[in-house]
Design a protein around this ligand. Sequence first.
Ligand code: DCP
Ligand code: MG
Ligand code: MN
Length: 336
Amino acid sequence: SSSRHDHQSSSPNHQVTEELTKLLEVYRANNDTWRIAGYQKAIAAINAYPKEITSYDEARQIRGVGERLAAKVAEILASGKLRKVEEVCGSEETAVISLFLGVWGAGPSTARAWYAQGLRTLQDLHERASLTRHQKVGLLHYHDLNARIPRHEAAAIHSFVSRCCAEVCAGLVTEVCGSYRRGRATCGDVDILVSHPDGSSHHDVFLPLLDNMKKKGFLTDDLVTQEDNGNQQKYLGVCRLPGPDSKHRRIDIIVVPYSEFAPALLYFTGSAHFNRSMRLLATKMGMSLSEHGLRTNVVRKGREKLNDGCLLPTQTEESIFEHLGLPYRAPHERDH
Ligand code: DCP
Ligand code: MG
Ligand code: MN
């Protein structure tokens, strides 16, 4: 989704991560999976680093920053920029592909195909590209959807959704997850978890809730409505708060059974990288962690699961950390 241009301006190493992010964008445009992962990890680690980095050696000591990245950091410290960024970002091809990657639902291969077809501007896409339904929505709201959402607006969107929930069914609980819950100053989208403490009322609220929000003009465009993911229902779409100046924003809503509330909360809070490492740890311990729950005594043959193991009780996020033998990490400590 649109985590582009997401750097924390509060970081003392803002200039370094901004320059590295430009290179990350280039690798995204080239679909260079390994470099993308490496740069994302390093940028998150540098963002989390509390002091101004002053040398190669200091950079090298940060977990996630290897020799090559530390050399890049040193180059930025010395000259304020990266030569490589100047070389590649100067090219028209990279600039256009990066522009096209901002269309929600367009990946690197699509963006490159459009470029190869001779398309260069958003207007070209509008007139001559064959677009999927998702890409049409992405193009229609291109500038809004590529803008970060200020934290206070994410909170206002949550309040709006909470009021709609209360109208649809008394007692529904809602929680904003994702980057918002991790304490970020701005968010790429708003991720809202919905459930009901009575354990059963969540069954019948998904479609009526969406309907309620559409009638109010709050949900403006649907992207994905998915009801087949076990007992969880997921909506990806676009919303807009009332008022003449409000922007269209990406919103994700998941409705889950209350028995899966804590694992769903943990999953939906992320970060994606944090989730991957936690799942990997669970796997190494013969367990299996998902948004549905934590299972133990899972027998695997290679990557294949031979049985499902048995479900552990996970009433709270804390209990999941405990089962995995980990000290609890508050949401704002899960940013990388
Ligand atoms: N998630 C995940 N793996 C993915 C995508 C998502 O584990 N491939 C989980 C972790 C994310 C959460 O879902 O934190 C929400 O996904 P988002 O794409 O909304 O990501 P964030 O909210 O973390 O960041 P952003 O500010 O870009 O929305
Ligand atoms: Mg999000
Ligand atoms: Mn999301």
